[in-house]
Ligand binder design. Structure first.
Ligand SMILES: [Zn+2]
Length: 234
């Protein structure tokens, strides 16, 4: 997967390049699909306003994203991750890169709207699955996540500040890692295909059904047993 970068960020580009290659290769294997044609731009903070993006307003610096506003579509990666990315461990950067790659693979085909928790659960579970495949241990990273941030993944309501977004993403990472532990990685292929096949907007009930079915036998009961997934408290 090609990466474009300014010469002074060559060291960072090399590091990112290896995560991108691992993620790109592994995602193709996990999902057993053709890999989309995408590129990565490593962009310095001072050039951030010029980076390709979907909306005209510049995005906050330090937050990686995927955009289809250029051809081929691109991952835009900052030289330094924003301090909102927590916890900070050796896994933070690769997980973030694999999360964005998962969005890129999913958006390789048309996808209908889903509740935020499902749309972000999928890339978080993917990033944990890539970590398992490439032998990146996640125990320390997961142990430093806030398990009871005061909402559950279904109770989380946007728009939220960057810190709450991070707590939300981290809950989804816990749920994704637990799902992999319980069901293995085959559910990822099933949920990608299920999302590609949906042609109506996915509401709350349908989202739950899609995920439970993708997990396989016992999926519904397992979801109901997870504290991260509890019903929104009024
Ligand atoms: Zn995301």
């Amino acid at each position: 997967m090609p990466i474009l970068y300014p010469p002074r960020l060559a060291g960072k580009a090399r590091e990112l390049c290896s995560y991108l290659a691992q993620g790109y290769r592994t995602l193709g294997l996990i999902l057993s699909v053709g890999r989309p044609r995408i590129v990565a731009y490593l962009v310095a903070d001072e050039d951030w306003r010029e980076a390709p993006r979907d909306y005209t307003r510049p995005y906050p610096t330090g937050l990686p994203y995927f955009t289809r506003s250029v051809e081929p579509p691109a991952l835009v990666l900052p030289g330094d991750l924003s301090p909102v990315f927590r916890p900070r461990t050796a896994a933070t950067l690769p997980l973030t890169v694999w999360h964005e790659l998962a969005h890129a693979f999913l958006l390789g085909r048309e996808v209908v709207r889903t509740p935020a928790w499902l749309g972000e659960f999928v890339p978080q579970a993917v990033s944990a699955a890539v970590a398992r495949r490439v032998g990146l241990p996640l125990e320390e990273h997961l142990s430093r996540i806030e398990r009871e941030p005061g909402f559950t993944v279904r109770g989380f309501r946007g728009p939220a500040g960057a810190e709450d977004q991070m707590l939300f993403q981290n809950l989804l990472l816990l749920l994704g890692a637990a799902a992999l532990e319980e069901f293995g990685e085959a559910f990822l292929r099933r949920i990608f295909h299920a999302l590609w096949e949906e042609d109506q907007i996915v509401d709350e009930g349908r989202a739950e059904e899609l995920l439970a079915d993708a997990l396989g036998p016992g999926g519904r009961e397992w979801l109901a047993s997870r504290p991260e997934f509890e019903e929104d408290q009024p």
